[in-house]
Design a protein around this ligand. Structure first.
Ligand code: ATP
Length: 359
């Protein structure tokens, strides 16, 4: 795959001190961001956090109020959209209905008088594995295939940077999962820099090598998906990426990299990196899959922290796993995910249980 002619054409994207004010509203408070060439970068955040505005700034459809945008080291802040080495794939991909698939892909090349439009369009269609339908019209393809054509059209002129704005949003769940995988493979094959915007945490985590979580016009945390999931720096990030039980506990001491807490009578220590500090108390986030249910108080063992007793108030089975809600006197409702392959009798609604945390 490394030998195809798309390879190694990506470029760095740098956003330096970007701010974007609209009349009466600041959509981007402050953004400093470097996306290395050839990486798959996801901007993840809730509706209204400023993701689309960021993409529009990079594409040149909006002008920043402050700051500079550089692509491949060149300042593009003042360049018109068509002068930037950037293409965008939107959720609504709008292929020309009367043109063949091949002509849809070749169209932009013809307009810009770029040589060999047909050969290049075929190459791009081979990349998305649709060259065999080159002569069909868009209406004769499925939604997923049409989205792949839109992708072929976006990479055919080899932009240094591809912007993806919720490109899979219109597809059903199963097709979406499949396209996530394909998109990732295509990105690796073409070596372009991808900047993908989504509010779907699973999509961001499965596809991107780096994820930036955005909230209210700022990046809260940025890193590899595993790091964001395992070591969220803020409560917002912990809650946005999957579920988390948040225990607010008193700090009773500190040693090295660990904090001692009032959880289960001072006996539980928490790695410093996992906490968000407030004076005297800390919020400890524990993922539901890190909590185990026991029929009685568990023995002390390395890596097992007893949290306390509780009663099961809800059980919901979902195939591979079961989700329990446990009412614990000290902490309120605690969510627990258990994989159904685990041995032992299943806990039932109303059971008195003990909770432990696998640190
Ligand atoms: P979504 O996922 O819903 O598209 P988003 O994270 O992409 O959300 P943006 O579209 O970037 O959010 O918008 C960020 C904020 O800026 C929103 O509160 C929006 O109302 C505001 N905004 C966007 N464009 C304008 C504009 N032209 N004038 C005023 N406010 C705007």
């Amino acid at each position: 795959a490394a030998s195809n002619s798309f390879a190694e054409s990506g470029a760095d994207l740098e956003l330096v001190g970007i701010q974007k004010r609209f009349p009466g509203f600041t959509a981007i408070e402050h953004l400093d961001l470097t996306i290395p060439a050839g990486s798959f970068f996801a901007l993840l955040g809730p509706s209204g956090c400023g993701k689309t505005t960021t993409l529009r700034l990079v594409a040149g459809l909006e002008e920043p109020s402050e700051g500079q945008i550089r692509i491949g080291g060149t300042d593009v802040t003042a360049l018109k959209p068509h002068r930037r080495p950037v293409n965008t794939v939107f959720q609504s991909y709008a292929l020309f209905p009367h043109m063949s698939i091949l002509e849809n892909v070749a169209f932009g090349l013809r307009r810009r008088r770029i040589g060999d439009p047909v050969g290049k369009a075929h190459e791009a269609l081979r990349l998305v594995e649709l060259d065999h339908v080159a002569d069909r019209k868009p209406a004769q393809l499925s939604g997923g295939q049409q989205q792949r054509v839109a992708l072929a059209r976006a990479v055919v002129n080899r932009p240094a940077l591809l912007l993806l704005d919720e490109p899979l949003g219109a597809l059903d769940l199963k097709l979406r999962r499949q396209m996530q995988q394909e998109l990732k493979e295509i990105q690796q094959e073409v070596g372009l820099t991808f900047l993908h915007v989504t509010h779907d945490q699973e999509e961001a985590m499965t596809m991107a090598d780096t994820v930036a979580v955005m909230n209210k016009g700022r990046i809260e945390q940025m890193g590899a998906p595993e790091v964001l999931y395992e070591l969220p720096k803020t409560v917002f990030v912990a809650n946005f990426l999957g579920q988390s039980n948040l225990f607010v506990v008193r700090v009773t001491g500190e040693s090295g990299e660990a904090i001692h807490t009032s959880l289960n009578g001072d006996r539980i220590t928490v790695p410093l990196a996992r906490t968000e500090r407030t004076s005297g108390t800390i919020t400890v986030g524990v993922r539901p899959e890190k909590i185990r249910l026991h029929s009685e108080a568990p023995e002390e063992a390395a890596g097992v922290n007893a949290i306390g007793p509780g009663r099961i108030t809800d059980v919901s089975f979902s195939g591979v796993s079961t989700q329990y809600t446990v009412e614990a006197p000290e902490f309120g409702q605690v969510q627990v995910f258990a994989q159904n392959v685990e041995a032992g009798p299943a806990a039932r609604l109303g059971d008195e249980v003990w909770l432990s945390w696998l640190v």
